[in-house]
Design a binder for this molecule. Structure first.
Ligand code: HEC
Ligand code: HEC
Ligand code: HEC
Length: 432
């Protein structure tokens, strides 16, 4: 029964079908075309791999030229090469002139540490990287510097370190590649320096260095104080938030504006300060004294607070360039538009993305520099670390100044109300 039905089905192959074309020869022109195609294919393969090789070679030559462009190998090779290599490898963080970045990356220019330790100290830091508190000219930094052991060979490291020690820190002598090779052997495979204290135990004569911080003793949380008291007058160990952040949460200079930041973002930052995953002496002290309840209450308090902008562009940044970075990004340096994450007007997107509009430019630029230097490393998935590094100092100032020129978060942005209480109905008109 079944087989009868199948035989009748016209969609099934007819078992009696005889392939009549089987014995027919393929016409000659088809052979020619096939052979021609095969030959063409082989030629193209060879061609492509050849031109890839040429392109690679050209690129390598170009890179080598970039680094040595200002370094004619004949006259004063080490000094000029040292300068070019410094610009290519160290300047994103330490600045073209080695000035560093306040609170984020220590200076090399007139660094007492480099003056005392000389080019050898620079080499040893570059070979292992450094990760821990270090004091330079009396200021403590707590960032992260990667190692350059595989990126730079002995000659290059000697050139950079001699340049840093002699031109920036006024040391008399540089260092020879043979000495660098010795140090490289001695330090091979070691962890990054755990800050200035370990460095001082290996190199004599360095200025006084802070010890690795012991985990801070948990302070008694000032449970009873209500938010109003915490904000305005402080309580127990807690200084009044307003004493630094302003009575309207408007902030100033390197103390951020808090008014209008998403509540969840504020709470996360307070947790990060508490746990030391975000580093700032004042805020660590304050946050460690807060209970979880107080953190949540303070976060909600500042999220709904509104204050006119007190920020003004002040870093001599190029506002047009800043606007370009914020709105469009710059793919030539791998930087996406800031507003793709931070909201179309820089008003932030709750819960994770803070508002940037009307933030103080010195604060914004400093945070970007801290991400570049690794002393702030708390963004989810490291999102901001790459961006901070990709922007140079001029771009950081440009975008910080542009953001400072924007209006602050408006009265009741949808995103924020949604985060505070999803049940509150929000009309389109409320968003502006
Ligand atoms: C990604 C950013 C970054 C780069 C790139 C970088 N550094 Fe650093 N550097 C730092 C940070 C941050 C510290 C402080 C580390 C700490 O707090 O533990 C530091 C510390 C130093 C110090 C000791 C402190 C001082 O200022 O005297 C020297 C010397 C130094 N770097 C030299 C260099 C040299 C040379 C290069 C290039 C080969 C370089 N750095 C590249 C971020 C960087
Ligand atoms: C002694 C001054 C001082 C006091 C008091 C203070 N802060 Fe801060 N706060 C700062 C500084 C400075 C920063 C920026 C830290 C940095 O550069 O990373 C900051 C950062 C913050 C941030 C991160 C904001 C952001 O945009 O990422 C939050 C949140 C915050 N403070 C909340 C508070 C609260 C809440 C209080 C009161 C309980 C308070 N602060 C008290 C100085 C202070
Ligand atoms: C891929 C998403 C993304 C992009 C693009 C992005 N950011 Fe961020 N940014 C974040 C996140 C997430 C945080 C919150 C980090 C945290 O939780 O500490 C943040 C935080 C910041 C902060 C800290 C704000 C504060 O109050 O402390 C600054 C400043 C900042 N970003 C600037 C920028 C700038 C400038 C650009 C554009 C050049 C940019 N961001 C692009 C995701 C992004």
């Amino acid at each position: 029964m079944m087989s009868d039905k199948m035989k009748q089905d016209p969609r099934l192959p007819d078992e009696t079908f005889e392939p009549f074309e089987e014995s027919r020869r393929i016409p000659l022109p088809v052979y020619w075309i096939a052979i021609a195609l095969a030959i063409w294919g082989v030629i193209m393969l060879v061609e492509t791999s050849h031109s890839t090789q040429v392109a690679d070679k050209e690129r390598a030559a170009q890179n080598a030229q970039d680094v040595t462009a200002t370094a004619p190998v004949t006259a004063e090779p080490a000094a000029a090469q040292g300068h070019a290599l410094f610009t290519a490898n160290c300047a994103t963080c330490h600045g073209d002139l080695g000035a560093g970045s306040t609170g984020a990356v220590p200076p090399l220019a007139k660094s007492d540490l480099v003056q005392a330790g000389g080019a050898e100290a620079v080499v040893r830091i570059a070979l292992r990287g450094i990760d821990g508190p270090i004091a330079v000219n009396g200021v403590t930094y707590n960032g992260h510097m990667p190692n350059f052991a595989s990126a730079l060979d002995d000659k290059q490291l000697a050139a950079i370190s001699s340049h840093v020690a002699t031109s920036f820190a006024g040391a008399k002598d540089g260092i020879e590649p043979t000495k660098v090779a010795e140090l490289r052997k001695a330090d091979a495979g070691k962890d990054p320096w755990a800050g200035g204290a370990e460095l001082a135990s290996a190199i004599t004569g360095l200025p006084a260095q802070p010890a690795r911080p012991a985990p801070a003793p948990a302070m008694a949380a000032t449970q009873s104080a209500d938010v109003e008291t915490l904000v305005k007058t402080g309580a127990g160990y807690i200084w009044a938030c307003a004493s630094c952040h302003g009575d309207k949460g408007q902030g100033m200079e390197t103390t951020p504006r808090l008014a209008g930041l998403p509540a969840a973002y504020i709470a996360k930052q307070l947790h990060d300060f508490q746990q030391g995953t975000r580093f700032n002496d004042s805020m660590a002290y304050v946050a460690k004294a807060l209970s979880e309840e107080q953190i949540q209450a303070l976060a909600a308090h500042y999220a709904v607070m509104r204050a006119p902008s007190t920020a003004r562009p002040s870093l001599k940044g190029d506002l047009a360039r800043g606007e370009q970075i914020a709105r469009e990004g710059d793919w030539s340096i791998g930087v996406p538009a800031c507003f793709t994450c931070h909201g179309p007007s820089g008003f932030g997107v709750a819960p994770d993305f803070p508002a940037l509009a009307a933030q103080h430019p010195a604060y914004t630029a400093r945070q970007l520099a801290m991400w570049a230097g690794g002393s702030r490393h708390n963004s989810p998935l490291g999102l901001m670390a790459g961006i901070g590094k990709a922007l140079n100092d001029v771009d950081r100032r440009a975008v910080a100044d542009y953001l400072a020129s924007l209006a602050p978060v408006p009265a009741t942005p949808k995103t924020e109300l949604a985060a505070i209480d999803a049940s509150i109905p929000v009309s389109e008109g409320d968003a502006q």
